[in-house]
Design a protein around this ligand. Structure first.
Ligand code: F6P
Length: 557
């Protein structure tokens, strides 16, 4: 044993020449206005834009100059970004704290490719599971798979949480247009019984299939929900043998799956080199495959693969995930932004911001470097967002006139999936208008010229200079979704490399989980427990114990 860190222990980014130069540069251009940048360079709108595998990224409405980009790209080079990206694709154990490779890219690798890990090619394993998933999906979708009473499956419930839920639910919503409408899909994640209760409402157990999705198969929320779902099914079907027809598992842990009572013949596996938040195109995507069918699922994978190729091969200055990641670094570390807003102008992408919250914040919300030293710079921004146009009537006020700098990613499509009257041009006009208003604002003079009284003019003035990216694609297809998700996955790695952190572990979720396990008996014990918590937690437990045992009056119902 050695207590030496297995990580390379690279230099702090603060010491790099490009970081230092960016600090100086940021002071020089911090007051420069986008109005000026655009008027000085009439071609800026297309010069600061790049297209990669059908995804167009307009980053012209960012507070950057050619010099900013030069320095950001120099920073990427000084951090040896390309080497670190290659290390991931080669299957090196870049998740050092868990001593694991990071190979979600293998999940979308073409059959016949070779990605070696410990002397074995993992690509054939991926395709073997994919084929089993497809065969299973065909049986469910065609009605050939029968439930215990001989009826076909009509409802599919994915039980999982975090990466075992957010990917599946986001992809289902995003690709709902392509889904088989004969099947109902529901997603249960919260240990709050309301989630499962509402999901089961009006469903017939003999027509319902549960997919228990958990990488570890030990997660408290998922196992609690799975056990309750099992009891619900058993109560109605009355026979243990029914479970095999109504429960399948997605996991890396065959032992726990068997212990739960699911036949491992009905288990779809994946591997420890797939992180939870990077797992939506592993077997964790089974619900997606059931919903959209094998062909669309393969298109989704092809989209991921196209962006992987682009990330690996495009020069840094034309590389979408690299540019997106570097721009985020610019605002986060040099212009003081604390958050990033994700604003998809497509109702099908309504869960995309929630999905990206886990992807970005669980990956890069880290406080120590790869070699365990505290970081002395900011890491992940807080990620949040809502679909447009709804957000416009809610929080955009702050984006336009508030005191916070909030970089925004607008996402839109040129073709609608549900053409109806002039809805789509109105939707897209709003997207373009918002980024235009944020960037250019409206001066006090312009407001006055419109005839606004002097006292009201400050309230109606928009200072502008508020940055945004616009990500535009032709149409929201499975392939496009794959490209978009991979774009953000790789932008996360880009940022993690610059910050010299491990983007692939999540030790920060452990403490709360462990403390909850200690508190459960304190809440449930019949006798008064001896509480050994701080005074706040103990008082809360005591109050809960007394109020949870109080019988409500009939009048309170
Ligand atoms: O709580 C964090 C986490 O470990 C995530 O990283 C993961 O996606 C989620 O829990 C679910 O874990 P599992 O798939 O093992 O149930």
């Amino acid at each position: 044993m050695t207590d030496k860190s297995p990580s390379p222990g690279a230099q702090s980014p603060l010491e790099l020449p490009a970081w230092q130069a960016l600090l100086v540069h940021s002071r020089q251009i911090k007051d420069i206005h986008l109005r000026r940048l655009f008027s000085e360079d009439p071609a800026r709108g297309t010069r600061f834009a790049v297209e990669g595998c059908g995804i167009y990224l307009d980053y012209s409405k960012n507070r950057v100059t050619t010099e900013t980009l030069r320095l950001l790209l120099a920073l990427a080079a000084e951090c040896r970004l390309s080497e670190r990206v290659e290390a991931m694709f080669r299957g090196e154990r870049i998740n050092t704290t868990e001593k694991r490779a990071v190979l979600h890219v293998a999940l979308r690798s073409r059959r016949g490719n070779s990605i070696m890990l410990d002397g074995a090619n993992v690509v054939p394993w991926v395709h073997e599971v994919l084929e089993r998933m497809e065969a299973f999906a065909q049986r469910i979708r065609s009605g050939r798979w029968k439930g215990y009473t001989g009826k076909p499956i009509r409802n599919v419930i994915n039980i999982g949480i975090g990466g075992s839920d957010l990917g599946p639910v986001m992809a289902f919503e995003a690709l709902r247009h392509y889904s088989l409408r004969d099947l109902t899909f529901r997603f249960v994640s919260n240990v709050d019984a309301t989630d499962l209760t509402e999901a089961l409402r009006e469903l017939k157990p003999d027509e319902t299939l549960f997919i228990v999705s958990s990488k570890t198969f030990t997660t408290l929320e998922t196992m609690t929900n799975a056990r309750s779902a099992r009891a619900w099914a058993l109560q109605a079907l009355g026979d243990e043998r029914a479970i095999a027809r109504h429960f399948v598992a997605v996991s890396t842990n065959a032992q726990e799956v068997a212990a739960f009572g699911i036949d491992t013949a009905n288990m779809f596996g994946f591997w420890d080199w797939v992180g939870g938040r990077y797992s939506m195109n592993s077997a964790i995507g089974l619900s997606t495959l059931l919903a959209v069918g094998p062909e669309n699922f393969r298109s989704l994978l092809a989209g991921f693969r196209a962006m992987d190729e682009h990330y690996r091969t495009a020069p840094l200055e034309k590389n979408l995930p690299v540019l997106l990641g570097l721009l985020s670094i610019w605002y986060n570390n040099f212009l003081g932004a604390q958050t990033l807003a994700i604003l998809p102008y497509d109702q099908y992408l309504k869960r995309f911001p929630a999905y990206l919250q886990q992807l970005m914040m669980e990956s890069n919300g880290k406080g120590v470097t790869l070699d365990g030293n505290p970081v002395d710079y900011d890491t992940s921004p807080v990620v949040w967002g809502e679909p447009g146009t709804n957000g416009q009537h809610s929080f955009y006020q702050l984006l336009h006139q508030g005191t916070k700098l909030v970089p925004c990613d607008f996402i839109g499509f040129c073709q609608p999936l549900n053409p109806l009257g002039n809805h789509h041009p109105i939707l897209v006009a709003n997207l373009f208008a918002q980024s235009e208003a944020l960037a250019f604002g409206k001066t006090r003079e312009e407001v006055k010229e419109e005839g606004t009284e002097a006292w009201l003019a400050p309230h109606r003035t928009f200072e502008g200079n508020r940055p945004s990216n616009t990500i535009l694609a032709e149409r929201l297809t499975p392939e496009t979704l794959g490209k978009l998700v991979a774009l953000y996955e790789h932008s996360v790695l880009t940022q993690g490399v610059i910050w010299n952190i491990n983007s692939f572990d999540q030790w920060g979720v452990e403490l709360g989980k462990a403390l909850a396990q200690r508190i459960v008996p304190d809440l449930q014990s019949a006798g008064e427990p001896r509480l050994r918590h701080d005074s706040s937690t103990s008082a809360l437990i005591t109050r809960y114990r007394s109020q949870s045992r109080r019988k409500p009056d009939a009048s309170e119902f």
